[in-house]
Design a protein around this ligand. Structure first.
Ligand SMILES: C[S@@+](CC[C@H](N)C(=O)[O-])C[C@H]1O[C@@H](n2cnc3c(N)ncnc32)[C@H](O)[C@@H]1O
Length: 198
């Protein structure tokens, strides 16, 4: 009984969070064209530089750590970027609550948590369901940019993209270079660019 109550309370909290997020996304992203999404934006270095270089594009960065989102928003405010928004939200909640009319142009996933233990691989972001969710929100010419310093995660992510019926790996350059905090610390990294199949 206690378990059932706990589950019900958890489910209702998730639902509340997603309702609030849906309203925020609708306010920020309706009528702006296809937007640029960064998942796990950390302190916002990359997306702030990207938004400054692309003032015509609306950019959204997500992170689950509130303090990182606050720092990212301070950066955005200092740079006076009206086309940039950092939200304290998980990719899962954000995608599940996205209003029907919102589309993505580019999606960046830079140095996501690698979850190296086999039993934790299920927590990795780059999974078939994630690719399907992004594909369902594709704007014209959608590209997915993925970069990691974890060789095992890179190989797994590459395989997930190649096995997905909607996606293919492109031989295309990285869209925009700006070193992230984790990139600066990494001894090396690998990148892939993916697009929907023609
Ligand atoms: C390893 S850090 C990389 C941060 C930044 N991209 C960089 O390269 O410096 C991964 C970030 O992803 C965030 N994160 C982890 N899971 C997430 C999720 N499901 N949705 C959104 N952000 C997530 C973490 O809080 C963390 O800030």
């Amino acid at each position: 009984m206690e378990n059932a109550l706990r589950t019900a309370s958890y489910v209702s909290k998730v639902a509340e969070r997603q309702v609030a997020l849906k309203a925020t996304s609708a306010t920020l992203l309706t009528g702006v064209g296809a937007c640029v999404l960064e998942i796990g934006a950390g302190h916002g270095h990359f997306l702030t530089a990207y938004a400054a270089a692309h003032p015509e594009r609306t950019c959204v960065g997500l992170d689950i750590i509130a303090e990182r989102v606050e720092r990212a928003n301070r950066k955005k405010n200092r740079a006076r970027l009206g086309n940039l928004h950092f939200l304290h939200a998980s990719a899962e909640d954000f995608l599940a609550s996205l209003p029907e009319n919102i589309r993505f142009a580019d999606v960046f996933v830079l140095f996501p948590d690698p979850w190296p233990k086999r039993r934790h691989h299920k927590n990795r972001l780059m999974q078939a369901d994630f690719l399907s969710q992004i594909a369902a929100k594709a704007g014209q010419g959608l590209r997915l940019y993925f970069r990691t310093d974890d060789t095992d995660y890179f190989a797994a992510a590459r395989a997930v993209v190649m096995e997905h019926p909607a996606w293919q790996i492109l031989d295309a350059p990285w869209a925009f270079e700006y070193e992230t905090v984790f990139q600066e610390r990494a001894p090396g990294y690998q990148s892939l660019v993916a697009a929907l199949r023609g």
